[in-house]
Design a protein around this ligand. Structure first.
Ligand code: RB5
Length: 145
């Protein structure tokens, strides 16, 4: 299952992504927020990341105004590899090479058309493994120091 969440800056884009996921039959759990009232993005990042760490969800999408704050917060969680992306190439390669398990998007940066394309790339690109697995393991070795 996919986890999705946003702050107020990402709310509108999250709604577009949710509609896109429903249209494509993607099973997801929505961790809010559910309107444009101000919330703190680290709280939403934690809800989504903890569901992945617990094994309830396998990957996640997080949206804030820029995608940056929520990605910084997400990457503080052990086992989370969150990538903020706004283009197809980066989204494809963060799956192929980094095995990113959270895609972060900026609701004030990308429009709904490109965002939904990035979501599809994120969900449909497999990690290459091999030498990249060694590097991803080294990231987690840093986490465990
Ligand atoms: C909220 O105004 C804004 O700071 C937040 O959505 C995000 O862009 C932070 O990085």
């Amino acid at each position: 299952m996919l986890a999705i969440g946003c702050d107020h800056g990402g709310f509108k884009l999250k709604e577009d992504i949710v509609a896109h996921l429903k249209k494509n039959g993607v099973v997801f759990k929505d961790f809010g927020t559910f309107d444009e009232n101000s919330v703190d993005y680290p709280d939403i990042a934690s809800a989504v990341c903890e569901s992945i760490i617990a094994g309830e969800c396998v990957n996640g999408i997080l949206v804030c105004g820029t995608g940056i704050g929520i990605s910084i917060a997400a990457n503080k969680h052990k086992g989370i590899r969150a990538a903020v992306c706004s283009d197809e190439f980066s989204t494809k390669f963060t799956r192929l090479h980094n095995d990113a398990n959270v895609l972060c998007l900026g609701g004030r940066v990308v429009g709904p058309g490109i965002a939904c394309e990035l979501v599809d790339i994120f969900l449909n690109t497999e990690f290459e493994g091999g030498r990249h697995a060694v590097r991803v393991q080294k990231i987690h070795d840093i986490e465990n120091k």
